[in-house]
Design a protein. Structure first.
Ligand code: SAM
Length: 522
């Protein structure tokens, strides 16, 4: 999190080829472009400025962003105390002058390939007296760029004398440069025309029969796992599990393409253990190129080295499973002696500014008593630690019956330890109830699908490592799909979705057909 950096999204462009305001352009069933860029950057910065050219345009953005929970301010070029010219450099001047922080990251709203992990490269420790930008083919690339308040006189002077090239100004100011070649395609992608958007976001959104828009795909890439957690396999390996199915990259690509074309915005790679799938990083890159907004992975972390290369591939969020800080208990639960490795991955993720969540399943006879130590550890880190109610599966019924701790009991414990529920779940939020306290950076989440059903907000579909569609985690069926082409996947999913139920009936004992979460990833 760059609390001391403002981010400014320039929205004042003319949009002549699009025929409508770019930032407000909304491909069918999707978010507007400005909302999308805010969602990409919002969690990472202390302030977001929306830079409009005049009050008339600002009013449209106020209407669009009304209710957006990001730390937003809308400012106008026309507020500048000098002769406004229709140029991006005026937007830069407005941004830097209006920012509450000295440093300001600036980019145009139509730079549709720009993601946080790319912009973040410009904010790594550099000489903050200089601006920072990427270079492409030896030239300074104008956006994104980081400016400071100290550059304002030079920016203003350039505008006054009509030297409106951002590129030249960055050269003149001797900007610190970062090689942009690895991100060239993302930096150069612009949303100027309808076909740019169709190519990048083109969708026919998918709704279920209950009117819920499906936009979150959970893909299990393998049934294999390098841990053997008690709650997954309390009685050891069953015979059928000796054959562990896994995806292949072409099939994954077909699937990702098909779901992206159905308007899916978020994909989670899970398993088994997704990192034992050798081409996972490549699959993440493909998801990024296809335009998925959120690319997440649920992992035990054991095989992750060089986390930054996962960010460069396109990973936007990591969920690491870690149930206890006690190495002995960790070994008993998971079979692994490597708790420290897992903790290091979590700290690396936080240090890199990657959105980080930790999944902790509470077990009555072991991890439940660890709540205070887990809170101490989590609350001083920029992450969300989520306590997950143990869920029943075909293979863990008796374990579940003796070990489950009800969500209401966990909630009461959190309250008794001084944490307050920080927001009521809203339709776009995930399934967790979030607890926080003002003096801590970390947050605590509670996921209790049994005691607190969140099906009314369901927006997800699951694919097993065998390539079957699962409409609900606790549903009775896995539906085979024809994976030979994106069209056949599209057809299969659109037919199958008609059978998606409005909710699960876990509380009535309907646990569905999942033998262990290794086959579906939770
Ligand atoms: N191997 C990866 C990992 O460890 O995160 C991904 C797969 S794992 C099945 C996904 C998540 O499901 C983990 O956080 C794990 O703790 C959780 N999980 C597994 N079985 C569960 C159960 N019966 N109830 C609740 N959570 C469970």
């Amino acid at each position: 999190m760059h609390e001391n950096v403002s981010v400014a999204i320039l929205c004042g462009g003319r949009s002549s080829r699009l025929g409508s305001d770019k930032g407000l352009f909304r491909p069918l069933g999707e978010k507007s472009l400005v909302s999308r860029m805010i969602a990409r950057m919002g969690d990472h910065f202390g302030e977001i400025l929306i830079v409009c050219k005049n009050e008339e345009q600002a009013d449209l953005y106020r209407e669009e962003l009304n209710g957006n929970s990001a730390p937003l301010r809308i400012v106008c070029d026309s507020d500048l105390p000098y002769n406004y010219k229709d140029a991006a450099l005026c937007g830069v001047a407005t941004a830097v002058a209006s920012a509450k922080n000295s440093r300001c990251l600036v980019f145009p709203v139509d730079q549709i390939g720009l993601r946080f992990h790319i912009a973040n490269k410009l904010l790594q420790p550099t000489d903050s007296t200089k601006p920072a930008c990427f270079t492409l083919g030896g030239d300074h690339f104008p956006f994104p760029a980081v400016f400071s308040k100290t550059h304002l006189p030079r920016i203003r002077h350039a505008i006054e004398v009509g030297a409106l090239s951002v590129r030249h100004l960055l050269e003149d100011l001797n900007a610190t440069v970062v090689d942009g070649q690895p991100f060239a395609a993302d930096l150069e992608a612009n949303g100027n025309t309808h076909s740019d958007y169709e190519n990048y976001f083109g969708t026919k959104p998918l709704f279920d029969p209950h009117g819920r828009r499906m936009l979150y795909l959970r893909l299990s890439v393998t049934e294999a796992c390098n841990m053997a957690c008690q709650y997954c396999l309390p009685k050891g390996f069953p015979e059928w599990y000796r054959h562990k199915a896994r995806m292949d990259l072409p099939t994954l690509t077909t699937m990702l393409t098909a779901f992206r074309q159905m308007g899916f915005e978020k994909v989670r790679f899970t398993g088994g253990e997704p990192t034992v799938f050798p081409q996972l990083k490549e699959a993440i890159t493909r998801a990024r190129v296809l335009g998925f907004e959120e690319i997440c992975m649920t992992t035990n972390g054991l095989l992750i080295n060089d986390l930054e290369s996962w960010l460069d591939a396109g990973l936007t969020q990591i969920n690491v499973s870690m149930d206890t800080l006690d190495p002995k208990k960790f070994q008993t639960i998971t079979g692994s002696k490597d708790l420290q490795k897992v903790l290091n991955v979590i700290d690396d993720a936080c240090a890199l500014g990657l959105k980080t969540k930790v999944n902790t399943v509470l077990l009555r006879s072991s991890t439940y008593e660890d709540i205070p130590s887990l809170l101490d550890w989590a609350l001083c880190r920029p992450l969300t630690l989520r306590f997950i109610e143990l869920m029943p599966t075909g293979l863990n019924m008796s374990f579940h019956n003796s070990e489950r701790v009800d969500g209401s009991e966990i909630a009461a414990r959190l309250h008794s330890l001084g944490l307050a529920q920080s927001r009521i779940n809203n339709p776009t939020a995930g399934p967790e109830t979030v607890y926080s306290s003002p003096e801590h950076v970390g947050k605590i989440g509670l996921i209790n699908p049994i005691s607190c059903n969140f099906c009314d907000r369901c927006n997800r579909l699951r694919i097993t490592a065998r390539g079957e569609l699962k409409l609900c985690l606790f549903g009775q069926n896995n539906l085979p799909l024809d994976l030979s082409s994106t069209k056949s996947v599209d057809r299969g999913v659109r037919q199958a979705i008609e059978a998606k139920r409005d909710r699960h009936y876990l509380e009535k004992g309907e646990i569905g057909n999942v033998a262990t979460f290794r086959t579906i990833g939770g």
